[in-house]
Design a protein around this ligand. Structure first.
Ligand SMILES: Nc1ncnc2c1ncn2[C@@H]1O[C@H](COP(=O)(O)OP(=O)(O)OP(=O)(O)O)[C@@H](O)[C@H]1O
Length: 472
């Protein structure tokens, strides 16, 4: 049993969540979540096959109103806690409240909680509690799927590592290196050799390039985080490299391993693999927050039925009516066939249309994989300045944090329910705010059944809005 439960006062503070497993909903829920574990209760996942020790699945809530400081004091350095408070992280979110005691007790963890729930801060606080600022060696590694998410995580980590105001004694600061696709890898190489940083945030491609060339090693690694783990395993082309990272470049005995995502399809199977494939230790804990509500409840979901040719006009009407503070318009990737035919991608059509017709006060930006890295970086920094309309492909659907985003538009429907969940999760990202945000999908009659399938899988309801009722 996990060592966390050896502490009677901690165990007493834990109460089973009053989650109501509405049985009629369970069959619909099966692809994203495991119905068996919902039926069984809340403290442990079913025993793993083949007599493997059971991975703990915690669906429990610490009830008392404790601050982040209360949870982390004595483990996380004082200056990091002061910085966290300085930037506004005072009370923990649910996932932080549930995961930090487990993480700080040294156990491997699968962090499984809604988009925008604060998983990044949870694993960063663990990292700062474990690494030695005096030692010049790579002690923590965070692997992310995209350059954009890497830039964001690096920014939060650097923000926490900075000296807080009025804090005098800080012998040595922590260095955090971003090793991201398209970065200046040559410069990084010299830096890594001359003075290895304590924390590296990397995309898998860049990381393995460095490890294969023995530019640095992971002998001193204490924490390994794989963010957006389901994407990394199921959609990334670099699964082979990821496995190598988990099994060959560092040892599970010496490191603490953390996997994070808002969606882990068939999570019991994943936990089984973690133990069997030796990606984690046997007593890995599954922190599953709010399992019957995979999306934030203050996000409203809507759809509008319109023909393909009407879509641009419909989008414009919606933008005028909604007047978003900031919005993201998701457009599908261009197919190979359409590329070969020399057609412009849908992103270009949408951007050109909005630039010509949108008369609102927001600036319009583009973010897509085909842009070069500098253009992507500059788009990203522009959209972070304030409100804007970002036209993006699914590149922006994972982990991207623009808290000011109030409206999401699916100009093209996403391919899967998981993609819908991550796109929708780009809004409603202020943990303690209940500001109503919305996701509107523009669909044809034929696509209604696809959206209905997403509704069933993700357990939300979509309200229909009519173009005629919105038009002035
Ligand atoms: N304790 C806290 N207090 C206030 N704000 C917080 C706290 N923790 C996180 N946040 C804010 O919540 C937002 C979402 O956090 P984060 O990006 O870590 O979410 P996430 O769970 O990783 O989401 P996703 O699954 O979409 O990547 C961020 O803007 C972050 O600054």
């Amino acid at each position: 049993m996990a060592s966390f439960f050896a502490n009677p006062s901690a165990a007493a503070a834990l109460m089973p969540s009053p989650v109501n497993p509405d049985l009629s909903l369970i069959p619909r829920f099966s692809r994203l979540h495991d119905p068996i574990s919902i039926l069984r209760g809340f403290s442990c996942s079913p025993p793993l096959p083949c007599g493997l020790p059971s991975a703990l699945s915690r669906r429990v809530t610490l009830r008392s109103a404790v601050s982040l400081r209360d949870i982390c004091q004595g483990c996380v350095p004082e200056h990091v806690l002061m910085r966290a408070e300085e930037v506004g992280y005072k009370m923990p979110t649910d996932v932080q409240r549930e995961s930090l005691p487990v993480l700080l007790s040294g156990q491997d963890c699968v962090l499984h909680a809604q988009t925008g729930s604060g998983k990044t801060l949870a694993y960063l606080l663990l990292i700062f509690s474990v690494i030695s600022f005096q030692r010049s060696a790579v002690q923590a590694l965070i692997v992310v799927p995209t350059r954009e998410l890497g830039m964001q995580v690096t920014k939060v980590a650097r923000m926490l590592a900075a000296k807080p105001m009025g804090f005098e004694v800080m012998q040595k600061s922590c260095t955090i290196m971003a090793l991201l696709d398209g970065g200046l890898l040559k410069r990084h190489k010299s830096w890594l050799k001359a003075e290895p940083p304590q924390v590296v945030v990397a995309t898998i491609g860049s990381l393995c390039q460095m490890l294969d060339r023995h530019v640095f090693n992971l002998e001193a690694l204490r924490v390994l985080v794989i963010d957006e783990v389901d994407f990394m395993f199921y959609s990334s082309k670099q699964v082979h490299t990821l496995r190598k990272l988990l099994n060959s470049y560092s040892s599970i005995e010496n490191r603490q391993t953390v996997f994070a995502s808002a969606s882990i399809p068939q999570h019991n199977r994943f936990l089984y693999d973690c133990v069997q494939q030796k990606w984690t230790k046997n007593n890995v804990v599954h922190i599953h927050v709010n399992p019957v509500e995979p999306m934030p409840s203050h996000v409203h979901h809507k759809f509008m039925i319109c023909g393909k040719r009407e879509r641009l006009h419909a989008l414009l009407v919606l933008l005028q009516k909604d007047a978003p503070k900031s919005g993201i318009i998701f457009v599908g990737e261009q197919s190979e066939k359409s590329k070969k035919a020399g057609k412009p991608p849908s992103t270009t059509l949408v951007i050109d249309f909005l630039k010509a017709s949108y008369s609102g006060c927001l600036e319009v930006f583009l973010l897509e994989a085909d842009m070069n890295f500098n253009a992507r970086a500059s788009s990203l920094s522009d959209v972070r300045q304030g409100g804007c309309l970002l036209v993006a492909t699914d590149l922006a659907s994972r982990g991207f944090d623009l808290p000011q985003t109030t409206h999401i538009y699916n100009f093209d429907l996403p391919r899967t329910a998981v993609d819908y969940l991550h796109r929708a999760g780009r809004t409603g990202r202020m943990p303690f705010s209940k500001e109503i945000c919305s996701v509107t999908s523009l669909i044809t009659h034929d696509e209604r059944f696809v959206l209905r399938r997403f509704e069933n899988e993700l357990m939300f309801q979509c309200e229909e809005v009519c173009l005629e009722s919105l038009a002035p």
